[in-house]
Design a protein around this ligand. Structure first.
Ligand code: FES
Length: 328
């Protein structure tokens, strides 16, 4: 284990390409000890080398096809999608991390747990979002609980774990190949087939998640039936611009570039803001705003809180104008 008692030192026991975009890693404790347990939906945070003298953390969901729910596993299994336009974390995992290398990771954490209920677990995966949902499917299957997995990808060649999922789920695995179908996954058709007791779990890219949230709301679904996790870090959107943040307590001012979050900008300048997911899902990075208009992009604040405009999730949301004054 690492000298830092809060982190794990993991050795790469196996690293191999599942397809040109996805690389699989089998990680074991460097000292050979059993690893902390986890449940379906959990992830680990891995320290990645961005290649510019900086490191950062990336979340990777733990994959468990065995039986779902592991108490003291001998290894963790993760799969990483290569993001050509990313900041370098996935390139490190794809191009530089080799079998035998060691990496630092935080113990498993579960922000995306399964919930008890009488209905089915309807799982919707987009791309590499399959990783937590594969573990959930295995967990439900092992306990004889009803589960249905919809797995959408650009093409079959880019989708991972198809043989394992087919063996696990049989006809309860429904694949959607965008290229073959000539259209993206039809969220509305899926929702129309769900029963009121079903729970929906979604992990995929932002457009898929936004479509699910908008359409479940429009159909009057209770929000506690919809569970989700984004698989990508925030991306630069068209029209994103640089702006200034002022920290009211210290008077410090920083320019946040168009391709950087407020959170990363503050960290780069030696500040120590609170954060966890870095994807606008956990709420940890909330900061009161004293002045300036917020471009909200998170999945934490309610519509009313967003309209009030006095709190920002600094890991993902930005300024609509040229300046924000934060109560920091
Ligand atoms: S760090 Fe989780 S919402 Fe910002």
């Amino acid at each position: 284990m690492a000298s830092d008692p809060t982190t794990l030192r993991l050795r790469v026991a196996e690293a191999r390409e599942l397809n040109p975009l996805v690389r699989l890693f089998r990680l074991r404790a460097d000292d050979g000890a059993a690893l902390p347990g986890f449940e379906a939906g959990a992830h680990i945070r891995v320290r990645v080398d961005l290649g510019n003298g900086q490191s950062d953390w990336r979340h990777y969901s733990l994959i468990d096809f065995a039986a779902g729910g592991q108490q003291a596993p001998a290894e963790y299994l993760i799969a990483v999608r290569k993001e050509a336009a990313g900041r370098g974390g996935s390139r490190f995992m794809h191009e530089r991390l080799r079998e035998g290398d060691t990496i630092e990771a935080e113990p498993p954490k579960n922000d995306f747990p399964l919930h008890a209920g009488a209905g089915r677990a309807v799982l919707l995966a987009g791309g590499i979002g399959i990783t937590p949902l594969a573990s959930m499917a295995a967990h439900r299957r092992a306990r004889g609980l009803p589960v249905e997995l919809h797995y959408a990808g650009r093409s079959r060649a880019q989708m991972a774990f198809l043989p394992e999922l087919g063996e696990l789920l049989g006809t309860d695995l429904l694949l959607h190949d965008d290229e073959a179908k000539g259209a993206p996954f039809d969220v509305g058709a899926l929702l129309a087939r769900c029963d009121p007791a079903d729970q929906l779990y979604v992990c995929g890219p932002k457009p898929m998640l936004d479509a699910v949230l908008a359409q479940t709301q429009a159909r009057g679904w209770n929000s506690d039936r919809v569970h989700f996790e984004l698989f990508t870090a925030p991306v630069v959107e068209e029209g994103d611009h640089a702006f200034e943040v002022e920290l009211a307590m210290s008077g410090q001012r920083f320019t946040v570039p168009a391709d950087q979050s407020i959170l990363d900008c503050l960290i780069e300048h030696g500040c120590d803001p609170m954060f966890d997911c870095k994807r606008g899902e956990c709420g940890v990075c909330a900061v009161p705003v004293i002045d300036g208009e917020i471009d909200h992009r998170d999945y934490v604040l309610t519509a009313r809180e967003k309209a009030a405009g006095n709190v920002i999730q600094i890991c993902i949301s930005r300024a609509k104008g040229q300046r924000l004054v934060l109560d920091l």
